[in-house]
Design a binder for this molecule. Structure first.
Ligand code: AMP
Ligand code: ZN
Length: 289
């Protein structure tokens, strides 16, 4: 057997481990990342900071958990009950010695399902004068049912967010789509930009998905993240309309309920797409990465 046959026979995760990028664990979708992988992720973070036209100077790094009340207020569990990870603990130190796991109670935090949920509570229950821009970063958790390489349970997300009027929120997202196309082209990635659905407005039935597609509320940047992958969303540009403004009671004196949009990058997926495009030897990678 030649070495190239051996490589193609390995699973994408095993191949990534052999090439020194990742360190798998016994749990599907939970992976450690080597300094080699992290060096690319850091360069990507720097490139994203430079891309931000509002010059916020880099992301605010949030904790991997968010208040449970934030996620309840955003109605996340109504749309994605299967993905939410909760945190349980014993109610008091006395109970900490109790053998039964069933005595653990739900705490006041849940695992962050996306980075942008840290933003809306900061400006909740307010009437704003000016549109607001945010740059945030954090570990996210999604209780994914499948675990093909690229669909992780714990992963990092960088997000740029606008909270503003209806038109500015829409135009901001259009501008980010263009900016991202430019960035990914410079990084040597061949990307498809595709309309997608994301039922964050409600129960996510067929009607909701069709209506979201029709309204172009979500676009995904799709690229292969391993040799056998036909395409995975490495970033997404989302328009929330006034859903989160409504939920978090964010208003503008002149324009009424705030609209919002976010531009989200799945950092491990972008790095994996770069590895897929440029190979395992960083010395052979093109300069801009
Ligand atoms: P979404 O909120 O689903 O649009 O996710 C934002 C971005 O996070 C996506 O475009 C992906 O790049 C990334 N992402 C979402 N789910 C996962 C996952 N299970 N593993 C790795 N990255 C993910
Ligand atoms: Zn978001």
């Amino acid at each position: 057997m030649t070495s190239s046959t051996a490589v193609s026979a390995a699973t994408p995760l095993a191949r990534m481990a052999d090439a020194g990028w990742v360190s798998p664990t016994s749990v599907p979708g939970l992976i450690g990342y080597t300094p080699k992988f992290e060096s690319v992720l850091e360069s990507l973070q720097t490139a994203l900071t430079a891309l931000d036209p509002h010059g916020l100077g880099g992301p605010v790094q949030h904790a991997p958990v968010v208040p449970r009340e934030t996620i309840e207020r955003a109605q996340y569990a109504e749309s994605f009950p299967h993905l939410l990870g909760t945190v349980h603990a014993y109610a008091s130190a006395e109970q900490a010695t109790a053998p039964s796991a069933s005595q653990r109670e739900l705490t006041d935090v849940v695992l962050a399902p996306a980075a942008c949920y840290s933003v809306y509570p900061q400006i909740a229950d307010r009437t704003l004068d000016l549109e607001q821009h945010f740059d945030v970063f954090g570990y996210c958790y999604r209780h994914e049912a499948t675990s093909e390489y690229g669909r992780f349970r714990s992963f990092r997300m960088r997000e740029f967010v606008i909270v503003g009027g209806q038109e500015p929120a829409w135009e901001w997202r259009e501008a980010w789509i263009e900016r991202c196309e430019g960035l990914f082209a410079r990084l040597g990635l061949k990307i498809a930009v595709v309309a997608a659905s994301d039922p964050f407005f409600g129960p996510g039935d067929r009607f909701m998905r069709a209506s979201q597609l029709q309204q172009s509320l979500k676009f995904e940047f799709v690229a292969p993240v391993h040799a056998r992958d036909e395409g995975t969303a490495i970033a997404s540009a989302n328009c929330h309309k006034d859903h989160l403004g409504e939920r978090f009671a964010i208003r503008f004196a002149e324009m009424g309920v705030a609209h919002s949009s976010c531009m989200a990058f799945g950092l491990e997926r972008v790095v994996s797409a770069l590895i897929q495009a440029h190979g395992d030897d960083l010395a052979n990678w093109p300069e801009p990465v």
